[in-house]
Design a binder for this molecule. Sequence first.
Ligand SMILES: [Fe+2]
Length: 292
Amino acid sequence: MKNITIDTITEAVINHGESSKTHPRLYEIYTSLIQHLHGFVREVNLTEQELQCGRNFINRASHHTQEIPAGEIHMLTDLLGISELVELLHDTNNSTECNLEGPLYVPNAPKRHMGDRLGIDAGGDILWLSGCVLDLNDRPIANAMIDVWQANSQGLYDIQDPSQPDGNFRGCFQTDADGKYAFETVVPMGYNVPASGPSGELLRLLGRHTWRAAHIHFKLSALGYAPLTTQIFIDGDRHIDSDTTFAVRSAIVELQKHQVSDRGKPVYTTEFNFVLQPIEQSIESDIYSLSQ
Ligand SMILES: [Fe+2]
């Protein structure tokens, strides 16, 4: 291949190799990515200096930190709306909306029982959260697993806050024979996403804030049903209309304020029912081998 020009370089890159035959899905994604990337470079008339700036940005964002165990690239896809767009593309209208896992999930959360406290937080307002896990016909799903994680009343997860014990405000619950679940927690506070790295610098340059609206994360699984990762948001949070990951959709709960507890603080309750859809044949993609 020679005599490459500005008019032929994109096709040359796309046609370089045999992946169209060996890895058709990877080739489809690769082709579109190259077309869009080259189109972007042309559209903004990218300079060599700006390209180097972009390389440096991605290199810096690739370094894992304790602050974001899943890595800053994960957070960056959330901040750019890419993660939520993927969720929206593959969501169905029948089951509970799927939503971002976020970079602060930790597997193997402590096993907890119906009515247990999710964590310790002396300063937080108590919240009783309960509901059912249902199928598409409103029938309860018994023995569904619900993996919950949230920030405390200061907007901090256990892995970000040495003062919290490991597994604080994380837990795995199982629904009872009627598909019910219930646990005690505290009203979570919205928080700023970790912003000390290049993603934070980008947001500051763009004049964007770093706040997430208050939310609780869930992963649900049950035999015969598609796994669901989602979040519910607390109505009235000051960033409910401007969450920096664009994740606020319709799963918003209103808190009911109740009697003052013996600690002199209000107690809140709310309910949320999850709806799972039957499992379908998963689509194997040849691109998965890239992440091994
Ligand atoms: Fe979160």
